[in-house]
Design a protein. Structure first.
Lengths: 631, 631
C-alpha cells in the first residue's frame, strides 16, 4: 500500500499516511485533535476540514447534507468521509478543533455513612516454631478469628502468594485487607490504615472516576475522560450495532473501555501519589449497554424486543478477570441494572436520591445521550427510558458543541430589542457583541436557554416554527431555511455567524418531547395529577436553567422551587456503594422492585408524543409558568 | 555465539548447537532421548555418552566420581557435564537411552460413593416477553431456585459470557453445571448428562492423571508422565533450593509443572474423544513442596526449621488463575497438607485408607522420593516423613534404572548354586542366563528383591557388608570395591556385567533405615509394641515383594498376611475427593487432626537410625520372619 505525506495546519503536524485512510483517521494517528461526536459515521458534521492542497477522494452525497454549497466551494470536507489519495495539506478550522472538555461530572457533596466492603484489620501473630509449626495462612486465619471473629475467611490466590513474605517482613505484625468479612485481598507488613477504591460512572460519552479513601471516606480525586467507544457509535444503539458487526467487534469495543479505565485509574492514582495497585475495589455504574460492553457480554438482545439484559443483579468480579490493571486481588462491584434501557447508572441515582424513602411524588430525570426517568415514592416506583438523542448535548445542532471553552452556555434575549446576551464557558461575564467575544458554538445548556428565550420572546411559536414578521435582522432565511443569528460573525472566533436553525429547534423538540411523554405516561400509570418534586440528575442537569427547561416543557408542571439539580447522581451512587456495603444490598433490592415501563408499547405513546412536541405542551396547563411567559 | 554441528549416534540426529551447551542440553534440543534422573546435576551418572570425535570441554572431577578409569579411556563422559566446544559426534550407549517408563500409577479399584461437587442440572425456562422481560441470568436463577432450591447461586464470569447464546440455542432448555450448589460453571444448550473432571497426583518424579466422568463416577482414562521439574532437582530439597536461586526460578519451576499438566490433560482428553475444555474440575494431591511449586507459592520456609508450609488447608482456586488450560470456569481443589514434609498426597492416602475409622494399629508407608509414614487408629494418628532418597527408585544405584522395559524387576538366588534368576519388565518369564536375555539395569523392586536374596543367602551380612569367602565367581572385587554380578555381560543388551556394589547396598540401607526409624519412633510415641497391619501405598509399594521388604527391615515386624500394597493411594485419594465432596471436608478435618512428628528432633533418632541400618535390624526381633531366613 502507498503512503502519502499529510500535513495538518495550523499545527504543522505531519506524517506518512496509508492511501485510503480518512482525514479523521490520519488526524488521530498524527495526534491532531479533530472534533467528532458521531465517531466518524458522517452524521454529526463536526469534523469539517478544508483541503488546502492535495488529493482527496471525491465529494460524497453524505457530505452534501452537512456541508453548504458555499463551504464546498471553499474546499470544506467532512474529515470522516474524505480519504487521502495523495500528498495533502489539511486545514483544521477552529470550530472543528477538539477542545478539552470541561469536566461536568464533579462529585456532589453528600454525607455517606462509612461501611466499606473492604477494611484494614491489624493482627499480631506468634511466630511458628518446631512445637507450633502451623502454616502461615492457617496461623493468620486463627488470629483473625480470635480478634475479629472471621472463622471462615478465605484468601484470594494472588494474596496467598505474598503472604509468607509479608508476615516475615512485618515481623508477624500485618494488616489484612478483608472483603465483606469473607476474603483476604491483601496482606501488608505492619500497620497500614489507608485503603483505596474507585467509583466509576461509565457514561455513553464520558467516563468519570472518583478515587476514595475507603478508611476515611474522603474523596481523594476525580478524573474524567471521553468514553473512547464513541468511535464505535455515539449512542447506545449504534454502539451495540457495531459490536455485532463481526466476531471480533465486541472484543474491540470491550477492549477500548477497559483500556480507558486502566488509563483513567493510572492517571488519577499518579496524580495523588498512589499507584493502580493501591486500588482494592471498584464500583461501577453505567447504562445497560455500557454495562454489557464493559463486561464483554453479548449485547444483541438489548437491541431487540423484549430488550432483556443478560443479567440484572449486581455482580462481583475479579478485576483481573476483566483485564483491569489494579490490585491483583481487587474486586469489581457492578451495580444491578433495572432493564434493557434503564441501567446501573439509574440504580446509582436511586440509592443516591432514595425516592423509595419519600412520601412526595418525585420525578427524577437523568439526561444523558439516553434519558432515564424514575417516578414514584415509598409506595411504588416506575422507571422508563427514552431516546433523547444527543441534541441536548450539542450534537445534531448546527453550531452545537460539547461543553468546552468558547461554548455559549447561557443566553438571554432582550424582550425589547431582541438583542442577545450570552456567556461562554471560560468567561466570567456575560457578553453582548464585543470584540473580545470568543464564542465558538453553543453547548447543551446554552441551547436550552436559547430556545426558551426564543419562545418567551415569541420568536418561535408553540409549534416550534419561527414566527414571521419579527422586526430583527437576526431572523433570516438561509439556503437551509429560517435561522436566528445568535452571535454575529465578528463577535465569534470562527469568523462565521453562529445561528440556530429550524432543524436545530426541531431536534430539541424531539428530545424534550420524548422526556415529557415518558413522564406523562408514568403519571397516568401511577394515577398522579401533579408532581411534588422534579430532580434533574446527570452532569447536564446541573448546568441548565430549571426555568428554561420547564418553559420548553422538558417535564410536566411543578413548583419551580421544587425543581433542582443534583449533579452526577449516578456517579454519586457508585461512590455511595463503594463506601457503604449495605447500600449494595439496597441497590439490588430496589432494582428488583422498580417497575420498568416500556414506553413505546403504551397505547397513548404516539398521541402523547405529538402533543409533547409543542412548547411547553399542546394541551397540558403549566400554572407555575404564569408570569414567566407572555400570554 | 558460535554454533557447531553435533551428530548423535546411533540415531543420526543432527543440528547446530551453540558453543558451551552440554551434550544433554543438545540432546534435548535435537530430540534425542538421554536418560537423566538427577536432571543434569552430575549426580546420578545415568547420562553417560561416548564422544566418537570432536571437541568437548575437559573431563571434570565430578565425572571422575561416576565414570571409571577404563570408561574414561574409551571416551565416556557425563552428558550433563561435557560441553560442546566444536563439531562433534556423540554415541549414546543403550543403557543411557531413555525408555518409555512403565506407568506404575494405575488407579486401584475402589468403590467410591458418588457425591461430586459438580452436577448437571437441567432446567426449562419460559422465554422472555415484553410483559416478562426478566434478564437471562435472573431467569435462570429463578428456575434453578424453583427446581433445585438454589436461591443464592452465583455465576462465574466466563460462564456469564456464554449464557445468552446457550439459552437461545437450547430454546430455553439448558443444562447448568453447578459447583457445590454455589456457583454456575457452565451452561449448555439442551440436556447434557456427562460432566468430566480429573484427579491429579503430582509426584516428585511422576505425575498421574485420572480422568473421571463426574456423573457416573467411571474412571475414563489414566495418563501419566514424568514431572518435568526433575531437571531442576531430583528430590524436593534440591528443587526448592533451585526455586530460590534467582527471582525468576520459582516462576520457571512453576511454569514447567503447569505446562506439563496442560499437556497431560490435553493428551488424556484427546485419547478419550474429549477436549481440555470438557474438564470442569481438578483435584490435586502432591507433597508439600510439589503443592507449593504448583501454586507458585514461595517454598523457602519449607526447607528451614520449623518447616512451616504457607498454607495447610485445602484451597479452591480457579484453573485460569493457575494458568491451567481447561474449562474457563473450572475449579481446582487442592487437598490440604499436614506439614512441611507430609503433604496433600498423604492426606489422599488417609481418605483412601481411612485408618481413622479402624481399631487396628496401622502403619501406612508411602514410598516415593520422599517417604511418608502414618501410624495410628481411630484414637490417634501420627504422621512423619523421612528422606529415603531416590535409591529405592533406582537412582544412586550403579545399574539402577527406572521401571522401563529391560529393567530387572524380580530376582531370586539359588541357595545351592548362588546362580541368579531374574525377570525383566516386558518379559513374561523368568530368565536364567539365556542369550535371549535383554536386561539393561535394575529397577526398584528388583533391587529390593536382590538385596533381600543376597541377605537370605548370606552373601551379604546383617551389617550390609559382602561376606568373604563365598564360593562364587559372581562375588568379585572391582576398582570400586566388592560387587556381585547379577547378570553376566553376554546376557545383557548393554554389553557389560550388571552388578550391585557395596555402595549400592549402603544406599539401600540408608533408605530402609530411615523408614524403619520413623516407624519405630512413632510406635514409641504411641506406646505400641506391635503393628496389626502394614499398608504399602505408592506405585512403588505395589511392585515390591512384601516378604523381601520385611527381610530388609523396611518396617517393623508384622504378620505378613497383614502386609499389603494398595497401589497409588494418594492418587486414589485425589479421585475420591473428585467424586465425593464430603470427603473433601473429611480431608480437611483429618489433616488438622493428624499429629506431625518431626523425627529428626526426637532424642533417640540417631541411635535408632544406626540400629535400623542392619538387615533386618540390629536388635529388634522379627518373629514373622522365622523360617524365611537361615539362622
Amino acid at each position: 500500500m502507498k503512503n502519502f505525506q499529510v500535513i495538518f495546519l495550523p499545527s504543522g503536524r505531519r506524517g506518512k499516511i496509508p492511501q485510503g485512510e480518512t482525514v479523521l483517521e490520519a488526524s488521530r494517528e498524527l495526534g491532531v485533535g479533530i472534533e467528532s461526536i458521531c465517531g466518524g459515521k458522517r452524521s454529526c458534521g463536526k469534523c469539517k476540514i478544508k483541503c488546502v492542497q492535495g488529493d482527496l477522494s471525491p465529494f460524497t452525497e453524505e457530505e452534501g447534507r452537512l456541508i453548504t454549497e458555499s463551504e464546498r466551494t471553499e474546499g470544506y470536507r467532512l474529515g470522516c468521509a474524505a480519504q487521502i489519495l495523495g500528498n495533502a495539506q489539511i486545514f483544521v478550522p477552529e470550530e472543528s478543533r477538539t477542545q478539552e472538555q470541561v469536566v461536568r461530572k464533579e462529585a456532589s457533596e453528600r454525607s455517606i455513612e462509612l461501611k466499606p466492603a473492604i477494611v484494614p484489620q491489624f493482627v499480631e501473630l506468634s511466630p511458628p516454631s518446631l512445637h507450633d509449626p502451623l502454616g502461615d495462612f492457617d496461623r493468620l486465619q486463627k488470629a483473625l478469628c480470635e480478634k475479629y471473629h472471621l472463622p471462615k475467611i478465605r484468601i484470594d490466590y494472588p494474596a496467598l502468594l505474598k503472604l509468607s513474605r509479608a508476615l516475615r517482613q512485618g515481623e508477624w505484625k500485618v494488616t489484612v485487607a478483608t472483603w465483606m468479612g469473607q476474603e483476604i485481598l491483601d496482606v501488608k507488613p505492619g500497620r497500614e490504615d489507608n485503603l483505596y477504591g474507585i467509583a466509576i460512572d461509565v457514561g455513553t460519552t464520558t467516563v468519570a472516576g472518583y478515587l476514595c479513601n475507603l478508611t476515611t471516606g474522603q474523596l481523594v480525586a476525580t478524573q474524567s475522560m471521553m468514553n473512547p467507544q464513541v468511535v464505535y457509535g455515539e449512542d447506545v444503539l449504534s454502539r451495540i450495532a457495531y459490536a455485532l458487526t463481526h466476531p471480533d467487534a465486541l472484543e474491540k469495543v470491550n477492549r477500548s473501555i477497559i483500556d480507558a479505565l486502566n488509563q483513567l485509574i493510572g492517571a488519577v492514582a499518579q496524580r495523588t501519589g498512589l499507584t493502580s495497585e493501591d486500588i482494592l475495589e471498584l464500583t461501577i455504574v453505567g447504562n445497560t449497554a455500557m454495562h454489557h460492553l464493559l463486561l464483554k457480554i453479548d449485547p444483541q438482545y438489548l437491541a431487540v424486543s423484549p430488550f432483556t439484559p443478560v443479567v440484572h443483579r449486581s455482580m462481583d468480579i475479579k478485576a483481573r478477570d476483566l483485564g483491569l490493571k489494579v490490585h491483583s486481588s481487587a474486586n469489581v462491584h457492578i451495580l444491578p441494572v433495572e432493564a434493557g434501557f434503564v441501567g446501573a447508572d439509574n440504580v446509582g441515582v436511586l440509592i443516591a436520591e432514595e425516592p423509595y424513602r419519600q412520601d412526595a411524588m418525585v420525578l427524577i430525570i437523568d439526561i444523558g445521550t439516553n434519558g432515564e426517568l424514575v417516578m414514584g415514592n415509598r409506595k411504588r416506583l416506575l422507571s422508563s427510558s427514552c431516546a433523547t438523542g444527543p441534541a441536548l448535548e450539542g450534537a445534531h445542532i448546527k453550531f452545537g458543541m460539547r461543553a468546552a471553552p468558547g461554548a455559549i452556555e447561557r443566553v438571554s434575549i432582550d424582550p425589547n430589542t431582541l438583542e442577545v446576551n450570552f456567556k461562554t464557558i471560560g468567561e466570567k461575564n456575560w457578553q453582548l457583541g464585543s470584540s473580545s467575544a470568543s464564542a465558538i458554538g453553543i453547548c447543551g445548556s446554552g441551547i436550552i436557554d436559547l430556545v426558551a428565550e426564543l419562545f418567551r420572546n415569541k420568536i418561535i411559536l408553540q409549534s416550534g416554527r419561527f414566527s414571521e414578521g419579527i422586526p430583527s435582522s437576526r431572523l433570516r432565511i438561509s439556503d437551509q431555511g429560517r435561522e436566528f443569528v445568535v452571535v454575529w460573525k465578528d463577535e465569534t472566533s470562527i469568523g462565521k455567524d453562529i445561528t440556530i436553525t429550524q432543524q436545530d429547534i426541531r431536534n430539541v423538540q424531539l428530545a424534550k418531547g420524548a422526556l415529557y411523554t415518558g413522564a406523562k405516561l408514568m403519571m397516568k400509570k401511577l394515577g398522579v395529577e401533579k408532581l411534588d418534586k422534579v430532580i434533574l440528575a446527570g452532569a447536564f442537569g446541573t448546568y441548565i436553567s430549571t426555568e428554561a427547561a420547564m418553559i420548553l416543557g422538558m417535564f410536566p408542571d411543578c413548583d419551580l422551587r421544587n425543581v433542582y439539580a443534583v449533579g452526577n447522581a449516578a456517579g454519586d451512587g457508585a461512590r455511595i456503594a463503594l463506601l457503604n456495603r449495605e447500600k449494595r444490598a439496597e441497590a439490588d433490592e430496589i432494582a428488583q422492585k422498580v417497575e420498568y415501563v416500556e414506553l413505546t408499547i403504551e397505547k397513548d405513546f404516539q398521541k402523547e408524543f405529538i402533543d409533547a412536541l409543542s412548547f411547553p405542551h399542546a394541551k397540558d396547563p403549566f400554572p407555575h409558568l404564569k408570569g414567566l411567559l407572555k400570554e
